[in-house]
Design a binder for this molecule. Structure first.
Ligand code: BGC
Length: 407
């Protein structure tokens, strides 16, 4: 590639975070009280240090940012809203908007208030009603500061991890229940869609789905193929037949190979990720998989925003090339007709990585979890250059021109 690749005018560039993973000081959600998973504790203390974090994003030429609201802070008890928490989020979102960053706001990113979890969580017949009430309150208080609503983060991953694999609260292994929860989340999304549109007819509402293109590990194995197709169907087709969306939120990390196995007594499939270079987390880096996902999604006929894409890479050895490679494939997908309008890298900061605690480093910005000092990684400057230029430079140009540490 010799020429710069330009992106469409007005393209949104930035990074993503989620409340429990960065804020710190959250003690009343289902993760914080469980002794079966690590706790986030102080995390990055972004709740208090958001000005510093957002200033870094701005300095890096991001023009958009995705964050989530912690439902447990906003509605600590069923039906009782905490105006101070709403005021705080008002401050965070205003900061972004006043500084020229468009806001993507997620209403639910894996964690739920304790009272909601105790009421049966997403499996409760009251889940939709609860989510609707919370959404209505948020819309009323913060709606004017939100450019893009991401109602729910990855209903497919949540229902799988919480109800099939059993690694997220409530740690169940119950396939039929996981399908009920998946449907309940999609139903709740639809309700939230209505609530938000009643407030603002022109709102942009979607949810973030984890799209990983799945293939049969053994090309001629009938069961591998059936399961791979079924999983693709539950990811790409089913949810979009039954939900209303103004855009598609794409979280993409890797493709997977599906191998059917009778010895996996509970869930019958093993997902393997191999071929090429691996991230610290053992996920293969294949920019082409993102191309395939985006082209596949063309048929939905909606604008697409990449709401998450990134890698665990503590040494920052691969991140700049990863970003370059994935953005190159994203550019190819746009050229081939995918209506992609924004890219939000996961993540702005190293953060709490769910069942693995602080093991994986996904940040454009490294965080020392003892001192909470932020250090911008070299790759963040390479990405910054792309954001500023709205173009992908040829690979042979020096990518990392930035200063090493901002402070
Ligand atoms: C989740 C993030 C998580 C990321 C990397 C995504 O599926 O939405 O919360 O940090 O994966 O593990």
């Amino acid at each position: 590639m010799k020429q710069k690749l330009k992106f469409p005018e007005g393209f949104l560039w930035g990074a993503s975070t989620s409340s429990y993973q960065v804020e710190g000081g959250i003690h009343n959600n289902d993760w914080a009280v469980s002794d079966r998973v690590p706790k986030a504790g102080v995390a990055c203390d972004t709740y208090n240090r958001f000005r510093e974090d957002f200033a870094i994003a701005k300095y890096l030429h991001h023009n958009a940012h995705r964050m989530s609201l912690e439902w447990a802070r906003i509605e600590p008890e069923r039906g009782r809203f905490d105006e101070d928490a709403l005021y705080h989020y008002h401050g965070m979102l205003s900061w972004l908007r006043d500084n020229g960053l468009r806001t993507f706001v997620t209403l639910h990113h894996f964690t739920s208030p304790l009272w909601f979890a105790r009421d049966g969580g997403w499996a409760s017949p009251r889940a939709t009603e609860h989510f609707e009430r919370y959404t209505a309150k948020v819309v009323q208080s913060l709606g004017h500061l939100v450019d893009f609503w991401v109602t729910i983060n990855e209903p497919n991953v949540y229902s799988l991890c919480a109800y099939v694999i059993g690694i997220f609260p409530p740690f169940e292994k119950n396939i039929p229940k996981s399908f009920r929860v998946y449907r309940a989340m999609l139903r709740a999304h639809n309700r939230a869609y209505e609530v938000i549109h009643n407030y603002d007819r022109d709102a942009h509402v979607g949810f973030a789905q984890n799209f990983s293109w799945r293939r049969a590990e053994r090309r001629f194995n009938f069961l591998d193929r059936i399961f791979a197709s079924f999983m693709n169907w539950t990811e790409y087709h089913l949810p979009f037949r039954i939900t209303k969306n103004d855009f598609i939120g794409v979280n993409h990390y890797h493709d997977s190979h599906i191998r059917f196995s009778f010895s996996q007594a509970k869930h019958f499939v093993v997902m393997t990720r191999h071929g090429g270079q691996m991230t610290d987390r053992g996920w293969a880096m294949h920019g082409h998989a993102l191309y395939q996902v985006l082209v596949k999604l063309k048929s939905l006929g909606k604008p697409i925003y990449i709401t998450e894409n990134g890698l665990a890479d503590q040494a920052d050895k691969y991140r700049a090339n990863f970003i370059h490679d994935y953005l190159g494939h994203m550019h190819n997908a746009i050229r081939d007709g995918a209506d992609v309008r924004g890219y939000l890298h996961w993540s702005l900061l190293d953060n709490f990585e769910w069942e693995d605690g602080y093991k994986w480093k996904f940040g454009l910005v490294a965080v020392d979890f003892k001192t909470l000092k932020r250090t911008i990684r070299e790759s963040a400057f390479a990405y910054s250059h792309i954001c500023q230029d709205n173009a992908l430079p040829p690979l042979n140009l020096p990518l990392n021109k930035g200063e090493k540490e901002r402070k």
